[in-house]
Design a protein around this ligand. Structure first.
Ligand SMILES: C[S@@+](CC[C@H](N)C(=O)[O-])C[C@H]1O[C@@H](n2cnc3c(N)ncnc32)[C@H](O)[C@@H]1O
Length: 276
C-alpha cells in the first residue's frame, strides 16, 4: 500500500509539524512519561548496549534517546518539530539532535546499529518511505523497531477518548486528512510492511502502557494541551458537543480510579526487524 492519493501529504505533514512544535512543552510535561513506558522494551528489542550507534527517529523531546544514552549507546535523535528538538537539546546536551524528516533522513547509508521510532510511524504520510530510509541508514545486521498505538478495541484509553467524540461530537472535523491512525496497531500490517521493505527476522509483540491522572477532570485538558491532532479535533467541537464529550470522558475515566488516582490502560504494538 503506497501513500493514499486522497491525502495531501504536504498539507498533513505541515499541519502535524506545526502542531507538534506548538504543543512540545505540553507534550514533554504530560505525554512523554507515558510513551516512555515503551522505552526499555524497544531498546531490548534492538539490543542496545554500550557503544551501539542508535538513531531515534521522531524522537520528540528525547526521552527514548536519553534511555539509550543511559545504556552508553552513541545516540542521535531526529524530529521535524523545532520546539521538540529545542527542548531535547537543552535537557540532554550530550545527545546530538537533528531537525529533519523521517522520510528523507539526513544521514549516510549503513551508519547505525539500530534505528528506533516510538509512536512516530502513525504520523508519517508515507510510512513505506520512512521505513526504507531507516533500512538504508542501518548497517547490515542492524535492527529496526517501531511502535504504534493498538486500536480502541484493545486500548481502553483510546476507546474512552475516541468513543466520547464519536458519541457526542464529530470525528471528521475539517483538518487535513492523514493516514489511518491505527494501521500499524494491526500486527499483520507490521509484519507485512517490514517484510516487504526488506527486513528479516520480523517479530511483532505488544507492550502495556498506563495513562495516569490525578483526577478524571484532567484527562481532556491534558490531551488538548499536548497532542497535535486530538487536541485540535476536540477544540473544533461546538460548545455543547465539547461539554458532552468532556462529561463522558470524566465519567468514563472515573471507572479507572484506584487509590485516589486514575489509571487507564492502553498498549502499543512493537514491530522489530533486522537488516540482512
Ligand atoms: C507522538 S510523538 C512521539 C515522540 C517520541 N518518540 C515519544 O515517544 O514520546 C510523534 C513525534 O513524531 C514527530 N514527527 C512526526 N512526523 C515526523 C516526520 N515526518 N519526521 C520527523 N519527525 C516527525 C513529531 O514532531 C513528534 O515529535
Amino acid at each position: 500500500m503506497m501513500g493514499d492519493p486522497a491525502i495531501d501529504r504536504e498539507a498533513f505533514k505541515e499541519f502535524e509539524r506545526e502542531g507538534f512544535s506548538r504543543v512540545a512543552q505540553g507534550y514533554d510535561g504530560a505525554i512523554a512519561h507515558v510513551t516512555s513506558q515503551a522505552n526499555e522494551g524497544i531498546l531490548d528489542a534492538v539490543e542496545t548496549g554500550s557503544g551501539s550507534r542508535l538513531l531515534d527517529v521522531a524522537c520528540g523531546t528525547g526521552w527514548l534517546s536519553a534511555a539509550a544514552l543511559k545504556r552508553q549507546a552513541i545516540v542521535t535523535g531526529l524530529d521535524y518539530a523545532e520546539n521538540m528538538v529545542v527542548i531535547g537539546r537543552s535537557r540532554f546536551p550530550q545527545i546530538e539532535f537533528h531537525l529533519g524528516d523521517a522520510e528523507n533522513l539526513p544521514f549516510e547509508s549503513n551508519k547505525f546499529d539500530a534505528v528506533v521510532c516510538n509512536l512516530g510511524i502513525l504520523h508519517f504520510p508515507e510510512p513505506e518511505k520512512a521505513i526504507a530510509e531507516s533500512l538504508r541508514v542501518l548497517k547490515s545486521g542492524g535492527r529496526y523497531a517501531f511502535t504504534c498505538w493498538t486500536p480502541p478495541a484493545r486500548n481502553p484509553f483510546m476507546a474512552l477518548i475516541l468513543g466520547a467524540v464519536q458519541t457526542y461530537g464529530i470525528i471528521d472535523v475539517d483538518l487535513p486528512p492523514g493516514p489511518p491512525l491505527f494501521r500499524f496497531g494491526d500486527p499483520d500490517e507490521c509484519q507485512k510492511i517490514l517484510s516487504a521493505s526488506g527486513f528479516t527476522s520480523v517479530s511483532v509483540t505488544e507492550l502495556p502502557i498506563t495513562w495516569t491522572f490525578s483526577k478524571s477532570q484532567d484527562v481532556m485538558p491534558t490531551i488538548i494541551a499536548s497532542s497535535a491532532r486530538l487536541g485540535p479535533m476536540l477544540a473544533m467541537q461546538t460548545q455543547e458537543q465539547s461539554h458532552d464529550i468532556e462529561n463522558a470522558i470524566i465519567q468514563g475515566a472515573k471507572k479507572y480510579a484506584t487509590d485516589n488516582v486514575i489509571q487507564i490502560p492502553a498498549s502499543v504494538v512493537l514491530a522489530v526487524g533486522r537488516k540482512p
